[in-house]
Structure formats: structure tokens, C-alpha cells
Write a protein that binds this ligand. Structure first.
Ligand code: NAD
Length: 497
């Protein structure tokens, strides 16, 4: 029995007017478990209009009341996040512990947004001119759109909507059509937390829904996360329509292992960062750059560890789940084929994995490929699967050049015991998020998340103070109150006296 996954508007489900749907599968069994509604333009307008109608009252709701709702949402989420993790696993495939981790990282942004009264404080200057004061205030934008990818159906939306809502905006979330149920669970939780109808809305769908969000003049900003070509399209289309846009794109993250590194620590990190969540993370390490004579030892240590990983159903005793769809699984496997044909050495072959899960699941085990060179597609392309390539170089400078000439710049890491080398790397590398002996350096909620180059289009990174700035507009106010001591006509340009 398959369920229908609909839109959410006015604090209740909305089935929409169209008949288009897309199948949602359980990647561990291959079974179709639901049909997600695909919005028509009319459906999108119903949802956008509801967000617009709710905006005036929400923007004028006191900060005290807004934070009460946020705190209540945080408490409910904390109590019930196990339910959300199970929903994520059933549609995405990642193991439940990893899904719980994703929810906890999202929850940190909710907790950051609970401090919104402090974050929205403006500046005040008394007597900027004689008896004239100047101050600044931050105001919300209006209805804003969040468009998210499949790989973090809870955490990525949570990078944005807690802060957007806390700042007084109303939100339309367009989740990935591959794992859309998490968004409805979150929407119901907001309603339970006391968020007024129309403040948080979900629009299910594909390009039709996205295009309406990008061009409808009621939507004031777009926060997008997904692949680079779509991020570029979203940025161009929505900025042309006059909107504020942050569009986070794809990645090809390198880890540099220097000869003095602790190779056991580095090997553990490569396995965790390469194969966690089956490599379907924008901060996954996909290129391990071994510098100097350590490559053979490092590859041996990664091999030993990779062979212990249990691939299987995320609800069972597994370390790594399936890939999200059969098509994606086959595409990732085709990169392994291409690497082999190009002359790289397949050291651990995920194509032959025996999974602990259904015969029709979308399985691919951890794959380690050695002697990868920068001209091979397994190196140049974002694969987004459990495939770790080892590139061997002789020097630190060659490793740095690989990273700095790569079109992506999301995350990177260096493994070394040399503080000077690490500091030099931090200074020279052209990447937005850098780990030093830390493989997946996802910043805390009070810092901002975002890459450089083709990994982010726009000026604002996600969450932290960038998030507050993105979801507010500043006003500077200059005030003078009537005073018997001044008056008279003065046509000159106002000057400070
Ligand atoms: P995707 O680009 O296929 O889809 C992202 C969103 O865009 C979805 O909501 C989808 O419905 C919509 N979309 C897809 N095609 C569209 C089109 N032609 N026109 C308009 N909208 C369209 O990405 P995905 O496969 O869901 O997610 C994986 C990608 O996301 C990877 O490239 C990964 O690196 C990236 N990602 C980046 C970050 C980051 O922080 N930079 C974080 C997570 C994921």
C-alpha cells in the first residue's frame, strides 16, 4: 500500500489540483512506498499566496512570542527526532544513526535561531549631529523559498528555515522529490509548536514548482542547495527576477595526507569521510591526495578498514546504506568501470558487495581506487557515491595546486603533525571550509556554511550571521525631535555639526 505525499499549507496537508506524481522508493528494498505530488503552477501559487497572507502578522509578532515557538519546536524535535530519522532512512537509505546525526546538526541551527532577539539588535548613535540620533534596524524580507537536495532531507532545510522564520519571514520549502516525507513531518511539528498557519509551507514538485518560486514576484529570496548546474541556473534565473539568492552547488573534496601525518588517524578519517552516508554528502572526501612515500602504507590501512564496512539496510546492523535510486547507483558504478578502463587500480570493489538487505536494493559497497590521475573522469567529476580515489603526488605544492585548480571549492582537509604546514594550507587553499586533522569540517550553526568557486553562487553562506543578514534587510534611521531651540529653513545639504 503506497501513501500519497502532498503539499502543506495553512498548517494542514493540501493535495493540490494537479494529477502529476513521482514514485518514492525505499532504497534498501527497491519497493515503491509512496507517490509524491508534483505541483502545478496553480498549486505553487496557492502555497506562495498563503505564505504572503501570513507574512504581515508574523513579521509583527513580538520577538518574545517568536522565540517561544522556536523553543517549543526545539523541544519537540529533541524528544521525537527518532521518528524523523526513521522517515529519512526509509526514503534516503542512510543508516538510522547517521540520519539521527543529520537531525542533530539541523537542531543546532534551531538552537542558534532561539537567540534571535540578540542577533537582530541594531546599532544606535546618539547625537550624530546636534540632537540628531541615527540607528539601524533589521526587517524580514517577506515570503522566502528554500529548495533542497535529496541527500539531507532534514538538515539542509534546517540550515535555512529556523533563521528565516525567527527573523519574521514566511517560508515555502520545496524538498527533493526523492525523499519528500521528512518535510511534512517537520511541518506538522511546527504546527504543534504553535507556529501560525502559512508561516511554514511545503511545496512538493519538480522543475515546474522550482521555476514558479524563482520567478514569482511574491517570493523575495531563494536559498538553494543541489548540484552545480542547477545552482547556477537558480542563481541566474532568480537574480534576474530581482531576488536575493544563495545557491550552494556540488563538490569534489580533497584530503591531503602529508608524510608526517598519523596514518591510522588519516585512514580512519578517509573511511569515515569517504564512505559515510554512502558518499552522498557534499562534504564527503572523494579524492585522497597522498604526498610522498606514504602512499602504499596509507592505501593498505584504508583497504583494511574499508573491508570491515557492513553495507546493508539502514534499519539493520549496517555501517553504510544503499544509494538513493537505482539510476544513481548505476551511474556511480559506471564511474568505477571508467576508472578501471582508464588504468586506475580498483583496490576495494564495491560492485561485488554482498549486502545485508533486499535483493532489489540499490547496493554498491565501499570502493577504493588507487593510482588515479587528474585526467580520469573518476577524478574530474562529482560522483556522489562511496568511491574514494587516491591520487599520488610528490610534494605539498602539487597537492595544493590540484585543489586550487579544481572548479569546486566546498570542503577540504589536511592531515599532518606540522602546525606550520597546516597553517600554510589554511592560508593558501581556495576552499570555503577547511579541516585540520578533521575530515568533514561542517561548521557549527553559529559559523556559516558555504564553499567557494562552483560550490556556491551568491554572497551569503548558510546560517550563522550570514544567515541572519541574508534573511533581513537593514534600515538606517536618522531622527530629530522637535525642540524649541531649532527651526527655520535651511536648504543646504545636511552636514554634521
Ligand atoms: P539536484 O540539483 O538534482 O536537485 C536539487 C533540487 O533542485 C531538488 O529540489 C530538485 O527537485 C531541484 N531540481 C532538479 N533539477 C532541476 C531543474 N532542472 N530545474 C529546477 N529545479 C531542479 O541535486 P540532488 O541530486 O538532489 O543533490 C545532490 C547534489 O547536491 C550534489 O551535487 C551535492 O554536492 C549537492 N549538495 C551540495 C551541498 C552544499 O552545501 N554545497 C549540500 C548538499 C548537497
Amino acid at each position: 500500500m503506497t501513501k500519497t505525499i502532498s503539499h502543506w499549507v495553512g498548517n494542514k496537508e493540501f493535495s493540490g489540483t494537479g494529477s502529476g506524481t513521482a514514485p518514492v522508493t525505499n532504497p534498501a528494498t527497491g519497493a515503491v512506498t509512496g507517490q509524491v505530488a508534483l505541483a502545478t503552477v496553480e498549486d505553487a501559487r496557492v502555497v506562495i499566496d498563503a505564505a504572503a497572507a501570513a507574512f504581515p502578522a508574523w513579521r509583527d509578532t513580538s520577538l518574545a512570542k517568536r522565540t517561544q515557538v522556536l523553543f517549543r519546536f526545539r523541544e519537540l524535535l529533541n524528544e521525537r527526532k527518532g521518528e524523523l530519522a526513521e522517515i529519512i532512512t526509509a526514503e534516503h537509505g542512510k543508516v538510522v544513526s547517521d540520519a539521527l546525526g543529520e537531525v542533530s546538526r539541523g537542531q543546532e541551527v534551531v538552537e542558534f535561531a532561539c537567540g534571535i532577539p540578540h542577533l537582530l539588535k541594531g546599532g544606535f548613535t546618539e547625537n550624530a549631529s546636534t540632537k540628531v540620533d541615527v540607528y539601524s534596524i533589521r526587517q524580514p524580507l517577506g515570503p522566502v523559498a528554500v529548495i533542497s537536495p535529496f541527500n539531507f532531507p532534514a538538515m539542509v532545510p534546517m540550515w535555512f528555515f529556523p533563521i528565516a522564520i525567527a527573523c519574521g519571514n514566511t517560508v515555502v520549502l520545496k524538498p527533493s522529490e526523492k525523499d519528500p516525507s521528512a518535510s511534512l513531518w517537520i511541518a506538522a511539528l511546527w504546527a504543534e509548536a504553535g507556529l501560525p498557519p502559512g508561516v511554514f509551507n511545503v511545496l512538493q514538485g519538480d522543475k515546474t514548482a522550482v521555476d514558479e518560486l524563482l520567478t514569482n514576484p511574491t517570493i523575495k529570496s531563494v536559498s538553494f542547495v543541489g548540484s552545480t548546474p542547477i545552482a547556477q541556473y537558480v542563481y541566474t534565473t532568480a537574480t534576474t527576477a530581482g531576488k536575493r539568492v544563495q545557491a550552494l552547488g556540488g563538490a569534489k573534496n580533497h584530503a591531503v595526507i602529508l608524510p608526517d601525518a598519523d596514518l591510522d588517524l588519516a585512514a580512519d578519517a578517509m573511511v569515515n569521510a569517504g564512505f559515510g552516508s554512502a558518499g552522498e554528502r557534499c562534504m564527503a572526501i572523494s579524492a585522497c591526495v597522498a604526498v610522498g612515500p606514504i602512499a602504499d602504507d596509507l592505501v593498505a590501512k584504508i583497504t583494511d578498514r574499508a573491508r570491515t564496512i557492513k553495507t546493508g539496510d539502514g534499519t539493520k546492523d549496517s555501517d553504510m546504506g544503499p544509494l538513493v535510486t537505482q539510476a544513481h547507483r548505476d551511474k556511480v558504478a559506471s564511474y568505477i568501470d571508467a576508472g578501471e578502463a582508464d588504468g586506475a587500480k580498483i583496490v576495494v570493489d564495491g560492485r561485488t558487495v554482498t549486502p545485508n538487505g533486499g535483493a532489489d536494493g540499490f547496493w554498491l559497497g565501499p570502493t577504493l581506487i588507487d593510482h588515479v590521475t587528474p585526467d580520469m573522469s573518476v577524478y574530474t567529476d562529482e560522483i556522489f557515491g562511496p568511491v574514494l580515489s587516491v591520487v599520488r603526488v610528490d610534494t605539498y605544492d602539487q597537492a595544493l595546486e590540484l585543489i586550487n585548480t579544481n572548479p569546486y571549492g566546498n570542503g577540504t582537509a589536511i592531515f599532518t603533525n606540522d602546525g606550520g604546514a597546516a597553517r600554510r594550507f589554511q592560508n593558501e587553499v581556495q576552499v570555503g571550509m577547511v579541516g585540520i586533522n578533521v575530515p568533514i569540517p561542517v561548521p557549527m550553526a553559529y559559523y556559516s556554511f558555504g564553499g567557494w568557486k562552483n560550490s556556491l553562487f551568491g554572497d551569503a553562506h548558510a546560517h550563522g550571521t550570514d544567515g541572519v543578514n541574508f534573511y533581513t534587510r537593514q534600515k538606517a534611521i536618522t531622527q530629530r525631535w522637535l525642540d524649541p531651540s531649532h527651526g527655520g529653513i535651511e536648504l543646504g545639504f545636511p552636514q554634521n555639526q
